[in-house]
Design a protein around this ligand. Structure first.
Ligand code: CO
Length: 132
């Protein structure tokens, strides 16, 4: 079902500082930043091998990342696994009794089609899936 880790999402209070940590201190490059305006999120993505590290900052208090930071503080936010077929995987997981946040794929960072599974079904880990 899961082919590989596509990326790891990390919630940060200060995106600029986090970008400095990963670029200057960890020496990772290249990276790209984008703003998901409707979600109130800013994302800086660093390529690492054939996976990515996604640093997630909030531009609004009521954004999903803003809420996460308030409730849980900074740290690991989600894991994203690559799958063969997003619709099919969502259907299978639903049949297997998993709770889904997204019943249908939507657009995530980089314009990729993604969907989230509910952490209540996955021992507290927020799982994103994408076709990669
Ligand atoms: Co992600």
């Amino acid at each position: 079902m899961f082919k590989k880790i596509d990326h790891i999402g990390i919630a940060v209070m200060d995106l600029k500082r986090a970008v400095e940590l990963y670029s200057k201190k960890f020496g990772l490059s290249p990276f790209k930043t984008e703003e998901l305006k409707e979600q109130g999120i800013k994302v800086a993505s660093f390529k690492l091998g054939d996976s990515w590290i996604e640093l997630l900052g909030s531009t609004r208090e009521d954004s999903p990342i803003g809420k996460f930071l308030r409730n849980r503080g900074e740290g690991l936010h989600h894991l994203c696994y690559q799958v063969e077929n997003l619709e099919e995987t969502l259907e299978v997981l639903k049949q297997r009794g998993l709770k889904l946040i997204d019943e249908k794929p939507r657009r995530g960072a980089g314009g990729k089609r993604i969907a989230f599974l509910h952490p209540k079904s996955t021992q507290g880990v927020l799982i994103e899936i994408t076709e990669g």
